[in-house]
Design a protein around this ligand. Sequence first.
Ligand code: F0G
Length: 462
Amino acid sequence: MMNHVAFDTIIEPFRIHSVEPLRLTTPEERQERIVAADYNLFALHSDDVLIDLLTDSGTGAMSRDQWAAIQHGDESYAGSPSWFRFLDAVQELFPFRHIIPTHQGRAAEKILFTAIGGPGKIVPNNTHFDTTRANVEFTGAEAVDLLSPEGHDPALRHPFKGNMDVGKLEELLRTHEGSVPVVFVTITNNSGGGQPVSLANLRAVRAVCDRYGIPLFLDACRFAENAWFIREREPGQQDRDVRDIVRDMAALADGMTMSAKKDGLANIGGWLAMNDDDLAARCRNLLILTEGFPTYGGLAGRDLEAIAQGLHEVVEHDYLRYRIRSTAYLGEALIRLGIPIVEPPGGHAVYIDARGLLPHIQPLEYPGQALAVALYATGGIRSCEIGTVMFGRRPDGTEHPADMDLVRLAIPRRTYTQSHIDYVIAVCAEVAAHAQDLSGYRIVNEPPALRHFTARFERLGA
Ligand code: F0G
């Protein structure tokens, strides 16, 4: 037996095989670029960004074995071997009867809610991600967030802040019988801080759904990270294989939507899955209209291969230990600097509480936007506002402060090293030291929905 010595270093369980250059910019260049982008970070050219923490979606590095799998991609229109490898890999973790491939997560949402949404319907979720909410509302249905009380307090440390409020769910189902076509639980809860949902909570939600005869679906984008948190934090789960925890989560649900751009470890892809034969038939008919034939959805055979291999890798314990530990490393450093974050740090991202850091900027003057712009101007870091810019505009046209004003530092999978993260920490320290000098923003132009992608801003007091 080897004598194992424990070291604290977070060692990346891979070495680098192919590198991409990063371009350094000067403060003057960044100032010019952000003004030209009307202070919207989505409008930047990404080669003007040094460390891109805009999203963990589709931005991860693929492995040698995924690139090799891509060479096996078979582009047959129907019944390709790549489809069957994809199907096997998905069903090994999520043994639903019907797996419907899509080009990404929101395509699965669009198809599902077209089939079961519509005016008068209500869809509860712990917290809807923005595309999920938009796809529910686009059908005329109402999207309701039923996050547990712990999830609303950014500073509170609780192991499962993504849990759904089961009491509120019961109340909603009791008072709106016949209007709820599905209950959704998002694992991990992205918009609420990348926080996990426990198996106990999923079981309790399932029991309520059973009492009212309503199907439970998972928005499972970050299922492996959620399962790792369960393994680390939920009593009795410590010695289990994470694959079994994933299968337990799947067994509690009737279906799922998935973006393979997160825990599929791929750059594109997703799926919709369910047990209901009739619903699956309706969804496949919609799939053929917009995505493609049911054995490829919106994907090339090579993409199906990359996802199949990604699903084998994402549930490896060494990978997940490194993944969750390295996100915590960033979060813990920010806490030591006195920067308020959603605690404990999430799985795929650290969420800075911009309202807490910039109390002098009112929510309707977008403290999250102010912080995100400052992180770019100071150090070339691109982050994402998740607050009043993203959620403040209601379908009725009125504007309200969002529940929280957060700035998300999302960590692409297997992409940045610890010294990149040390640089991010140094830039955050610099911005926080001058926080009182930052000013708020005003939106001068916005689209009717999902305004954060294309809104144009003006700095107040400029
Ligand atoms: N659900 C959740 C919880 C998500 O985080 C996302 C995407 C989607 C659904 C939609 O998936 O992008 O493949 O269409 N989240 C990305 C993000 C965009 O940056 O958090 P998609």
